[in-house]
Design a binder for this molecule. Structure first.
Ligand code: IMP
Ligand code: MG
Length: 185
């Protein structure tokens, strides 16, 4: 018998199971493969650190030549958006004329992605698309930004697991759950 996950006690409720995540990622992989069937120059751009697990699983379901790149931006203090976005690590690839697929863990206010997209556009890629595992549409401030590929819609609650953190913890939980409020209030 496997020991229970150490983080389970901090989770109020599991909202997306490991099995549901993996099933949905397979579907997204197929959708993305079809959407880009004309392209042989795709840069999968992982927004660190939350999207690392999603990038890793999703990329293996995409049957196209892709290259990996990573970007680190900071947008959050605690559990609410500060509206400030800082580039901590820029991407390495030259994206001019190439198809960029941004991989995000969750779209919340949309401010982070708006900022990232504005920056990438100045480098003249052929296209920019967004794949996000989770979408919290109720919280959107930046109405122009929407995901081209979206795993699941989630309610306006603070969620962790499968890459998403609270103060860098919980990323290695295999499912998505709502964090108990007493842990962050
Ligand atoms: P946005 O700029 O408000 O869209 O914020 C996006 C970033 O905020 C995500 O990439 C996450 O790192 C973080 N974030 C937003 N909501 C949550 C949540 O419920 N749990 C964990 N991180 C979150
Ligand atoms: Mg985060």
């Amino acid at each position: 018998m496997q020991k229970e996950h150490v983080y389970n006690k901090d989770i109020l409720e599991v909202i997306i199971t490991e099995k549901q995540i993996q099933k949905r990622i397979k579907e997204l992989g197929r959708e993305i493969t079809e959407a880009y069937d004309e392209s042989d120059d795709i840069v999968m751009l992982c927004v660190l650190r939350g999207a690392v697990l999603f990038m890793s699983d999703l990329s293996r379901q995409i049957n196209l030549p892709v290259v990996f790149d990573f970007m680190d931006v900071s947008s959050y203090e605690g559990t609410s958006s500060s509206g400030m976005v800082r580039i901590i690590k820029d991407l390495e690839e030259n994206i001019e004329g190439r198809d960029v697929l941004i991989i995000e863990d969750i779209m919340d206010t949309g401010l982070t992605l708006k900022h990232v997209i504005d920056l990438l556009k100045t480098r003249e890629p052929a296209s920019i698309k967004i794949a996000t595992l989770l979408d919290k549409p109720e919280r959107r401030v930046e109405k122009e930004v929407s995901a081209d590929f979206n795993g699941f819609e989630v309610p306006d609650k603070f969620v962790v697991g499968y890459g998403l953190d609270y103060q860098e913890k919980y990323r290695n939980l295999p499912y998505i759950g709502v964090l108990k409020e007493e842990l962050y209030i």
